[in-house]
Write a protein that binds this ligand. Structure first.
Ligand code: SF4
Length: 631
């Protein structure tokens, strides 16, 4: 611990924290990668940052702290601010979010995120951005006098939250993003979203701008359980009826009549392909989706345009023009999609699926290691951490983190504060879904809730399942109900949680992958969490392809593509209950499948799960404190 005293900003090292810091230090010093399952409460951020800063100082490296959550950006900067207050050491840091989110131009938020980049480039090229012109001298990368002056002021204030950088830059009518990049050039820590490193194009330009080298980067990936799916999404391209219809209107408006037959043909032929398959394909009848080959779609395009490549070029060029004038171009979306469609088959699948109003054609990435392996190979060393990174070996495989050290830390909170119970009754299994089953689940949920003296949250595998059970549950349970709606805005989520947190005996009915299943802190609010059923994903063509792909790669398709992601969701949901050493609560897994060894064995060993359908005595014993002696 001695070597961490210089920077450690808190009074006391928490249990397990010292070990975690030692492990990070040893791994990074040896230029290795470390994958850590580290439950909530250990203090992961500081435990990774302090040793990483020590290694970075010694070796002249830069830390890239990657997170997809705004709250986590905040925690990192707050940790660095505490180091400055307590130890008097001002770590140079740059907090960067997406360019669109930092832009000073009115209406920047209206852009589709993928298109904002083109819009900004065009404004700069045409010298139409006042903020950029105030920041950079002409076409050179040099700062103006005004920007240099503001930069000197900012350097005295670091570490700064991104909002603070934005505010200072806007006050001086400068481009906040460019100012953050300038801070990044001297930074020891850069806090950014995953895509700054895991999208090759963005990474190359970002590293060039901040003048850093991958070989001198320590990469810390926070909430790393989300990284595989984030990379898959980043590397996936989609085309839909909606996009094609608007692209047709755009081409007509631009008087580009030669493009209209292509777009109309693409629209009608893809619709026809889907319909033909729906008429004679069993698979289609079930899921409304089908696989389509690269050649099939290219052939449709070639029915009207022989030269695929020059067509793509034309669409992109024209789309960029439209976008510069009206901020959004669907021709550009079509061009970008057709460009991506020519990509590799290995590690991807191509799916045509029916949607509410038409279809969607996806070039879907299955294998995140196609993007991440190179990053981990090229960087100096890395830390991948999360409270739900189990099994660590899976993340090593699917992200391609060759030679990584794997560590699993125990829950730091007192065991007596938690009861983890498997109630092996009822099931949400697809083939056994019926009204009687929903009613049965509601009865069990109501009984379990009655045994919890305080607020409970129930997480279901889907909104459909939640609503089916709720129809019976609300008549059985006297608690005030808070029923989560899909796709809540940030503000709506905040209001919902404020209202729920003000209650003493209410029930939150949410969905495992919904707004409240992950990343939400409600310390002291919940006394119980009930995870209803297994949140397995619908066996869509994509999931079936994923299982097949991981079977071929690792012989573990079922686990990597289906079961483990569901267990991760369960662990995230379960984690909502106990957020601090003072929280005390019960976590119940309700489904007969949880008692099977292949599922039970996936949970952390120190959870000491009790499997018993007679839940009442366990709840009574736990909440009356009588069971404490045995725990
Ligand atoms: S240069 Fe900066 S302020 Fe101007 S459009 Fe781009 S991000 Fe916005």
């Amino acid at each position: 611990m001695q070597q961490f005293q210089r920077l450690f900003p808190h009074e006391k090292v928490r249990p397990v924290q010292g070990q975690m810091m030692e492990d990070v230090f040893d791994a990074l010093s040896a230029k290795k990668h470390i994958i850590m399952h580290a439950p909530t409460g250990i203090g992961k951020t500081v435990s990774a940052l302090v040793p990483a800063l020590e290694v970075a100082k010694k070796e002249g490296l830069t830390i890239f702290f990657l997170t997809s959550r705004q709250t986590q950006h905040h925690i990192v900067i707050e940790t660095l601010k505490k180091m400055k207050q307590k130890q008097g050491i001002a770590v140079k840091a740059a907090d960067v979010v997406g360019k669109r989110g930092m832009c000073s131009q009115d209406g920047a938020e209206a852009f589709h995120s993928g298109e904002f980049h083109d819009y900004c480039r065009k404004l700069r090229e045409d010298q139409q951005c006042e903020f950029y012109a105030n920041t950079k001298k002409g076409n050179s990368q040099a700062l103006t006098v005004q920007a240099k002056r503001t930069m000197e002021e900012l350097k005295l204030l670091v570490p700064l939250h991104v909002e603070e950088t934005n505010q200072e830059a806007r006050k001086a009518r400068l481009c906040p993003y460019e100012m953050a990049i300038e801070l990044g050039k001297e930074a020891q820590v850069i806090i950014a979203d995953y895509y700054y490193l895991f999208n090759e194009g963005i990474r190359t330009s970002f590293f060039h701008k901040v003048d850093k080298e991958m070989g001198k980067a320590i990469v810390i990936v926070d909430e790393a359980h989300n990284l595989p799916e984030r990379i898959r999404n980043l590397a996936t391209e989609k085309l839909s009826t909606f996009i094609l219809e608007r692209a047709i209107a755009e081409a007509k408006k631009m008087e580009k009549d030669e493009l209209v037959p292509l777009l109309e043909n693409l629209l009608s032929q893809l619709q026809k392909t889907l319909k033909d398959n729906a008429d004679d394909g069993e698979e289609m009848k079930n899921n409304g989706e089908m696989k389509i080959s690269k050649e099939e779609a290219i052939d449709i395009v070639k029915q009207t345009h022989d030269d695929y490549d020059s067509l793509v070029e034309e669409l992109i060029e024209l789309g960029q023009e439209v976008q510069a004038a009206s901020k959004r171009s669907y021709l550009l979306s079509v061009g970008r999609f057709l460009q991506a469609w020519q990509g590799e088959d290995e590690g991807y699948c191509r799916i045509l699926s029916a949607q509410d109003k038409g279809f969607s054609l996806a070039y879907r990435c299955l294998d995140p290691s196609l993007m991440s392996r190179d990053v981990f190979k090229a960087c100096y060393a890395s830390v991948l951490m999360s409270g739900t990174l189990k099994p660590t070996a899976m993340y090593k495989d699917i992200l391609g983190v060759d030679g990584a050290i794997e560590k699993e830390y125990p829950n730091p909170f007192p065991k007596r504060n938690r009861l983890t119970l498997v109630v092996p009754r009822t099931t949400t299994k697809f083939l056994q879904r019926n009204e009687a089953q929903y009613k049965d689940i509601a009865v069990w949920c109501s009984g379990i809730s009655d045994g919890v003296p305080g607020n409970v949250a129930l997480f279901f595998p889907s909104y459909f399942m939640r609503d089916a059970v709720y129809r019976h549950f609300h008549g059985l349970c006297a608690r005030k109900m808070f029923v989560e709606k899909p796709k809540l805005t940030k503000e709506e989520k905040k209001n919902f949680i404020e209202r729920f947190s003000a209650q003493k005996n209410a029930a939150l009915l949410g969905v495992s992958t919904g707004s409240f299943g992950e990343g939400l802190d409600m310390p002291g609010v919940l006394k119980g969490v009930i995870i209803v059923g297994l949140p397995l994903q619908k066996p869509t063509l994509e999931i079936v392809s994923l299982i097949g792909y991981y079977d071929k790669r690792f012989g573990k398709g079922w686990d990597y593509g289906y079961v483990f992601p569901a267990i991760t969701r369960c662990l995230q949901n379960a984690g909502r209950c106990i957020r601090s050493e003072h929280d005390r609560g019960v976590i119940v897994f309700l489904d007969e499948r949880y008692a099977r060894q292949n599922y039970l064995g996936c949970f952390p060993k120190d959870w000491e799960m009790v499997v018993d359908a007679r839940f009442a005595p366990h709840l009574e014993g736990f909440f009356s404190g009588k069971g404490e002696e045995q725990q």
